[in-house]
Design a protein around this ligand. Structure first.
Ligand SMILES: Cc1cc2nc3c(=O)[nH]c(=O)nc-3n(C[C@H](O)[C@H](O)[C@H](O)COP(=O)(O)O)c2cc1C
Length: 247
């Protein structure tokens, strides 16, 4: 049996896959799926380049139609991150709401999505004891988006404009793969459409072609477990709500 394990381990190592923990102490996929959550306050502990490369190295195994692998990732930290987040925050405070490179959300929300969206906001603000009428505190909490919630690393994701809608599916799989791999590395994330609101600024600042599509950003770092903003979990519908079996 040991021989068989060795063969498998060598095979996985050859293909640069994660080594298996045969004592079964490694997190499994179901654990990682339920452990992942959006984290909105981070410690300033730096994330090593090695860990970031490990996460991306795992995530690149995400499937994509025709194996096109349409992802392009900018890893931003340090002074560059501080400059970019300050610029986004400034624009927002000046009243410039920006515009994403694509229409993420519907212009007119309808149920059941509308109620879920409202519940999502309420959960965040009630956790922080921010009342509905307290517009100032809500505004400041929203602005934390442009600071990447204080994460030491922000990833920005780009798509070549020659690619089409299918690549957004591929991107979703890639993003979730990054978030799950981050869990395995003891790191936390928050995917952020808000970080896609000023695409021109981001592309100019990073030297990307202005025609490329900025998909979104993603905050990456170590969770600040003391911050109450991280102390709630969003609910999910039962599978019966969205599943029908046919035979
Ligand atoms: C592509 C994408 C973009 C998101 N953009 C934002 C964002 O701009 N700001 C934010 O606070 N959360 C953002 N979220 C997080 C969602 O609000 C969160 O995933 C959802 O409420 C479910 O909670 P959970 O991630 O903790 O399970 C985004 C999530 C995804 C997948």
């Amino acid at each position: 049996m040991i021989g068989f394990r060795k063969i498998i381990r060598d095979y996985l190592t050859d293909f640069n896959c994660h080594s298996f923990n045969w004592n079964n102490t490694t997190m499994n996929v179901a654990d990682a799926l339920t452990a992942r959550k959006s984290t909105r306050a981070f410690l300033d502990t730096p994330v090593s380049r090695e860990k970031i490369e490990k996460i991306l190295s795992s995530a690149r195994h995400a499937p994509s139609g025709t194996n096109a692998q349409p992802w392009q990732v900018a890893v931003v930290s340090g002074k560059k991150k501080d400059e970019m987040t300050a610029e986004m925050e400034k624009l927002f405070r000046e009243g410039d709401m920006g515009e994403m490179d694509y229409q993420y959300y519907p212009l007119k929300w309808q149920d059941p999505y509308k109620s879920r969206k409202v519940a999502c906001g309420l959960q965040l603000y009630s956790t922080l004891h921010i009342e509905r009428k307290d517009k100032e505190k809500r505004y400041e909490q929203w602005i934390a988006n442009y600071q990447g919630f204080g994460a030491p690393v922000i990833l920005f994701f780009f798509l070549d404009p020659v690619m089409k809608t299918g690549s957004f599916l591929d991107y979703g799989m890639f993003l979730q793969s990054i978030m799950l791999s981050a869990v395995e590395e003891g790191l936390s994330t928050c995917a952020q459409a808000a970080l896609g609101q000023y695409p021109e600024l981001i592309k100019k600042s990073l030297g990307y072609d202005n025609e490329s599509i900025l998909i979104c950003g993603l905050a990456l770092g170590y969770e600040d477990k003391e911050d109450p903003v991280n102390n709630y979990r969003t609910p999910r519908e039962d599978i019966g709500v969205f599943t029908h079996f046919f035979d």
